[in-house]
Write a protein that binds this ligand. Structure first.
Ligand code: NAD
Length: 457
């Protein structure tokens, strides 16, 4: 039996520890956080995050071998293995502001571990971190006069929000990086043994610490780059009557390219892609690799352009003015099946439309509460409406911004009847039946495809 502790009960710490506890009934898993409200929610019937399949697991093992607590110091003392899954946002001040990772939470956690430890431990980097962070961790933790030794292991998390549970249950790979010393190798084996309860050994990949740290940043950079690449082509499609979905299908048939992550959209969001690429850019600049930094930075710039270009197309389609017009935004979560709105492109679209003095109504099945917090500075100008039919009533336009399947199942004839005419529909996720919408009477603007309108000009 091992005492496993996870510091940070967020989108990563909560679901990952729930799955570990489920598969390792002999281990005791405790998840702690400084945020008391969050821990109280993990202990309640209303979990703090929405993730399909999560409730079922948490409710079945909570208080058996999965515990949530705010007593970090006590649990540090008791732990054999500590996963650190605290947030690592982009720095907003001083050197590297706007790009470098802000490691203050991470370093505070390391010092807290040291202060409260009375035995040797394995400390696992679960957060996404700049390459060589483990070295700093080693300096902080092992420069102690208690005679304690800490092994640092990198075990970056690859789960995607919305599919966190299936991603954890059936991972493409589990990555574990450690030192090449005997104790480092033993620490890798200890962490690998946890995952071996349910992950085939061929999918547990071990490597040196720095490769592991850098692999996580690289994976996110490549994923985001694919989105920006197809979005760049989608812009060209809109000018040339080519169809981004058809182009994606054609290139995705090439085994060297593959079909995934080629869906044109209003852009990527979420707490990770932008932050991790900017972190990569900062690292490249730090090592004097200006061209490499510029290459990756362009992925983020393209994403910013995509959101602006979507709004420009809306304004231009609606006779160059949206002032005073009610516009229903369908979806504010950064992707479907999550309540997370961090860096959601929908927030940028909302703000840009408010700048144009539109009356913005946001509808989302799970993310309205988070959106209210994100938009609190403009909350008096935004209407939050859980019912999409009510949101679209007397609206001039609908913009689909999150690919919730719910939006595919709505009765668009009823919606159209209740809208101001001409009624516009901008599908920023290309999830709807555009031909049918056109036939219903909408002027339809899919993304990266020719518009289907009833205007004869
Ligand atoms: N969200 C994702 O999809 C995802 C996927 C893979 C990796 N990651 C990485 O995992 C890390 C965590 O991400 P997240 O989305 O779970 O963040 P989050 O903000 O949802 O959760 C982090 C939690 O850590 C807590 N915390 C901060 N400092 C603490 C301290 N000193 N003691 C105890 N708790 C503390 C915060 O209160 C917060 O609840 C980040 O580095 C992120 O880049 C995230």
């Amino acid at each position: 039996m091992a005492n496993i502790l996870c510091i940070g009960a967020g989108y990563v710490g909560g679901p990952t520890m729930a799955v570990i506890a489920r598969h390792c009934p002999e281990h005791r898993v405790v998840v702690v956080d400084i945020n008391e409200e969050r821990i109280a929610a993990w202990q309640s019937d209303q979990l703090p995050i929405y993730e399909p399949g999560l409730e079922e697991i948490v409710f079945s093992i909570r208080d058996k071998n999965l515990f949530f607590s705010t007593e970090t110091n006590r649990h540090i003392a008791e732990a054999d293995i500590i996963f650190v899954s605290v947030n690592t946002p982009t720095k907003t001040f001083g050197q590297g502001a706007g790009k470098a990772a802000d490691l203050q939470y991470w370093e505070k956690t390391a010092r807290q571990i040291l202060e409260n430890s009375t035995s040797a431990k394995i400390v696992v980097e679960k957060s996404t971190l700049p390459v060589r962070t483990a070295e700093a961790m080693e300096y902080i933790l092992n420069s102690n006069d208690k005679g304690l030794f800490f092994d640092i292991v990198s075990n970056p998390e690859f789960l995607a929000e919305g599919t966190a549970i299936p991603d954890m249950e059936n991972p493409d790979r589990v990555l574990i990086g450690g030192r090449e010393t005997p104790s480092g190798q033993q620490a890798i084996r200890t962490i690998a043994d946890i995952y071996a309860h349910w992950v085939p050994s061929a999918n547990i990949v071990t490597m040196n610490l720095w490769s592991s740290e850098l692999s996580k940043l690289t994976a996110n950079a490549f994923l985001a780059q694919r989105i920006s690449s197809i979005n760049a082509i989608a812009n060209l499609c809109e000018k040339t009557e080519a169809d981004a979905t058809e182009v994606a299908h054609a290139i995705g048939k090439d085994k060297r390219i593959g079909p995934h992550f080629l869906r044109a959209s209003i852009g990527f969001g979420g707490s990770c892609f932008k932050k991790d690429i900017l972190n990569l850019v900062y690292l490249c600049e730090y090592y004097g690799l200006e061209q490499v930094a510029g290459y990756w930075e362009q992925v983020v710039k393209m994403n910013e352009y995509q959101k602006a270009s979507f709004v420009s197309r809306m304004i231009s389609a609606m006779f160059n003015s949206v002032a005073g017009k009610r516009i229903a935004l369908f979806g504010v979560a950064f992707k479907a099946d999550t309540s997370d709105t961090r860096e959601s492109p929908a927030l940028d679209v909302c703000r840009a439309l408010l700048e144009e003095q539109a009356i913005v109504v946001i509808s989302d099945p799970h993310a309205l509460e988070n959106a209210r917090l994100d938009l609190k500075d403009v909350a008096d100008k935004v209407i939050f409406e859980p019912d999409p039919y009510a949101a679209a009533k007397e609206a001039h336009a609908i913009a689909v911004l999150t690919e919730w399947s719910l939006f595919k199942e709505l009765d668009y004839k009823t919606i159209h009847d209740a809208m101001i005419k001409p009624a516009f529909l901008f599908d920023g996720r290309n999830i709807l039946d555009h031909k049918k919408l056109y036939e219903t009477g909408f002027n339809v603007y899919p993304l990266g495809k020719p518009a289907q309108t009833h205007f004869t000009r």
